[in-house]
Design a protein around this ligand. Sequence first.
Ligand SMILES: [Zn+2]
Length: 395
Amino acid sequence: MNIQVRSGDTLWYYSNLFNIPLQLILDSNPQVDPSGLMIGQTINIPGYQTTTYTIQQGDTFWKIASQRRLSVDALALLNPNVNPRQLQIGQTIRIPVRVTYRVVDGNQPYDYQLLLRDLNDLTEIYPFVRAETIGKSVMGKDLTELQIGRGNKIVHWNGAFHANEWITTAVIMQFLNDYLLALTNKETIRGLDVSPYYDQVTVSIVPMVDPDGVDLSLNGPPQGRFGEEALRFNNGNTDFSGWKANIRGVDLNNQYPAKWDVEAARKPKEPAPRDFPGYQPLTEPEAVAMAELAGKRQFEKMLAFHTQGEVIYWGYEGLEPPRAFTIVQEFQRVSGYEPIRYVDSYAGYKDWFVKVYRRPGFTVELGQGVNPLPLSQFDEIYQETLGIFLASLYM
Ligand SMILES: [Zn+2]
C-alpha cells in the first residue's frame, strides 16, 4: 500500500498508525532517508492492501474508521484530497485493509506462471522481500531468489530441483506467505515468536530451480525445438508427469562435482526423463546458478526440498560438521522424518555443498508415495515441513 508523506509525518508515526514493525517499513523503503522525509514523497506500507468504499448517507470518517478498527488519521492519510467535513454521498474513498489472509494457495498444480503471480503478489504486499534473478533456465525463464530478513546468518531453502517434485515449491511458497503474515501481524507460528528471526537471519529462497521441467511435467511439451527434443527423450510418450530432469533431459541434482564420476558411470549416458547427470558436471544453467549462489551467499545452512520418503539426508563422506547431527535431530523431532547420514547417491547439491563448505546441508524428502505426490497429501506435508522451516531458523 502506498501513501504520501504529509507535513510532520515520520516512519515511526506510520509504524504506530498501522501497527507494523518500524524495521519492516524501513526495509520496504530502502531508497528513502527516514530522517529526511519530504512532503508528497511516496512510502510503501507493508502488510496492507487498499480497497475503495462509496460514501453512504450518515457516514463520517470516524464511523467508517471505527467500524474497521482503523484510526481516523489512517483514513485521512489515504485520502489527502477528501475533506472529511464535506463527505458527499456516492463519493469513493480509499480504505486500508490489513492483510491477515494468505495470497498463496499451495494446494494446486504449481507451475511457473503461478509462481510468477505469487512472487508478484508477495513482493507487492511485502516490499521488504527482496527478489533477485540469479540466472536463466535453458528456455530463458528467470531463476528467482528471494531474501527476507537482515541477519548475517543466511539460511537457504530451495525447491523443485526435480521437475515432478513441484509440490516442494508450493510448500515453500505457502510457508513464506505464513512467515510474512506472522512478521507483519506480530503473530506466532506454532507458538513461536518469529519476529527475532527477521533481525537474526536472512532467509534465501530459490522456490523453483527447474521451471522448464516443472512446466513440462505439469503442462506437457512446449512448442518448438525444446518440446520436440523432450518428446524424443521421453520415447514419444506424451505423459510427462514422471519427468524429473530439466528440459534438456539432465538431472539437475546429479550435476555437481561430488563423486560425479561415480554417478556418470552407472547412470544413463544420454538425455533422459531422469538420472542423466550430463556429459560433464555443471553443464546446465540451473545447476550453475545454484552453485554460484552458494558461493556468493555463503549459506550458514542449506535445505534442499525434494519428494518423497519422509527422510532427511544430512551427511557426505564425513565432511558434515558435528552440528549437522544436532540440527537433523531437531528436524526429526518436529516432523517425524527419519535422519539418514549416508546413502549410495552422489553428485547432488547437498553433497557438493557439504563437500565444499563443510556446513550443514540437508536433502529433505517430503511425503510418501509415488512422484508426483498427489495434492491430497499437501496439507499433511505442509504441517510436517512447517516445523522444519521454523527449526532451520532457530537452530
Ligand atoms: Zn528429488
